[in-house]
Design a protein around this ligand. Structure first.
Ligand code: CTP
Length: 419
């Protein structure tokens, strides 16, 4: 989709600028012609020489350069491209773009262009969530600027949350979409323009991660769930204004910010933690809960010298089903996940009925799909009225869309309850 297309890449001054070098390389691999403009701040992070070597062209950075102006005026520079990509789009650059400032070459080109602009924001999470940045992004979206990312994750500044620049491969893909004039690009993280904080005042309980069922003091039965999807949903719900209680099994990822997190190990503990937090408006059961536990875990480590152990199991409580079937104090919306390795939709439909929930998010977790532990997910939304298939996307994007979907479902469900 990028073959033969001219991309003007504007590199802003942020730590993510180093990824923009990789972006030049990948865009050229796809057949794009890349011309680079760098801000003065960007040159603290990457050199003009690196960008010039990778793009195979000179790098522009001076608004008042007579030589540059004689070669190619800044108006021409802004118009000859098929697409302008701003990566990293810093808080400062976004503010300049939103307010129409033109005090350096990058800002001037962005103001003078009549071409499509794709921005890949990168900044500290607080800067990204600051009302000023949110206003600027809202303005730019209304102006038709497209966005890719940012994503939630560990940041160079040591914080966690949305603000990390999308990976070069993803930006290249988004550039391919944007250059076609397609509007399918998702809304940026932490931003829902239609309903800015659609879950404000709502209490949401979310389970995430695996449960570990002890065999003896050192061994357990577990599963491959990483908690990434559940934690991302919790973060998205918190960004949407919800009062979130995340009940997490043992995971290796950090607690998301802006919510209460309860750590548990076994299914029984998870069940008790959920019940203790009820009532709630919404329950989202993302955890991969062990269906069975060992009936009587050994008090001491089982030695190899003893006879091979026979593990007798008993069934764990079904947390989702028990919450959904509560006669009193059932949350308005109860949402389950279905981890399937075959006949995904058929099994999800059966689970929807059996567990009594309002929506099942079904995904194929067979190892070929790399969902468990991976960063991307392909889900299908199964309700009593039908199935909606979503394309493969980042778990963060699944989370944001799911939260937007839930926020849209909630008023109708609440009205239904009252009537
Ligand atoms: N779940 C739960 N408590 C359990 C088992 C599952 O709350 N003891 C929830 C999961 O969080 C998920 C949904 O039920 O939202 C479906 O989980 P899944 O493992 O796909 O289904 P199972 O109930 O284990 O059914 P099966 O083993 O037949 O697939």
């Amino acid at each position: 989709m990028l073959f033969g297309k001219r991309i003007l890449l504007i590199i802003g001054g942020g730590i993510a600028a180093y990824k923009s070098l990789e972006l030049i390389r990948r865009s050229r691999e796809r057949g794009a012609l890349v011309r680079v403009v760098m801000t003065a701040a960007a040159q603290h992070f990457v050199s003009k020489l690196s960008a010039a070597s990778l793009s195979g062209d000179k790098v522009y950075d001076d608004l008042f350069s007579l030589t540059d102006e004689a070669e190619m005026g800044h108006i021409e520079l802004s118009r000859e491209a098929d697409l302008i990509v701003v990566a990293p789009a810093t808080a400062d650059l976004l503010a300049k773009m939103a307010h129409g400032l033109a005090n350096d070459l990058a800002a001037t080109v962005l103001l003078a262009t009549d071409k499509r602009i794709l921005a890949a924001p990168a900044m500290n999470v607080r800067m990204w969530l600051h009302p000023a940045t949110r206003r600027n992004v809202a303005t730019l979206l209304a102006d038709g600027v497209r966005f890719v990312g940012p994503h939630a994750g560990d940041m160079a500044c040591g914080e966690f949350g949305p603000g990390r620049m999308a990976e070069p491969a993803e930006i290249v893909e988004a550039a391919g979409v944007a250059v076609q004039g397609d509007t399918r690009l998702p809304l940026p993280a932490g931003l829902d323009l239609r309903h800015d904080r659609p879950l404000a005042g709502k209490k949401v309980i979310i389970t995430s991660g695996p449960t570990f069922e002890p065999i003896d003091p050192v061994r357990y039965i577990g599963n491959h769930s990483s908690g990434k999807q559940g934690h991302a949903i919790a973060a998205a719900a918190a960004s949407a204004g919800a009062d979130v209680i995340l009940i997490s099994g043992p995971v290796a990822i950090a607690d998301p910010v802006g919510m209460r997190v309860v750590h548990v190990t076994t299914a029984q503990e998870m069940y008790e933690a959920v019940v203790a937090q009820l009532p709630a408006d919404i329950f989202i059961s993302v955890a991969a809960v062990a269906d069975w536990r060992i009936a009587e875990p050994a008090g001491q480590k089982i030695s190899k010298s003893s006879a091979a152990p026979v593990l007798t199991t008993v069934e764990n409580p079904d947390i989702l089903a028990s919450v959904a079937h509560r006669a009193q104090g059932r949350p308005t919306l109860v949402i389950g996940f279905a981890a399937e390795t075959q006949n995904v939709i058929e099994h999800a439909r059966a689970k929807l009925q059996r567990k009594g929930c309002d929506l099942i998010v079904a995904n194929d977790v067979s190892s070929a799909h790399g969902v468990m532990g991976g960063t991307r997910n392909t889900v299908h939304l199964v309700t009593a009225t039908g199935v909606v298939d979503w394309p493969t996307m980042d778990k963060e994007e699944v989370a944001r869309r799911l939260v937007a979907h839930i926020a849209a479902l909630l008023p109708a469900k609440t009205a239904g309850e009252k009537s």
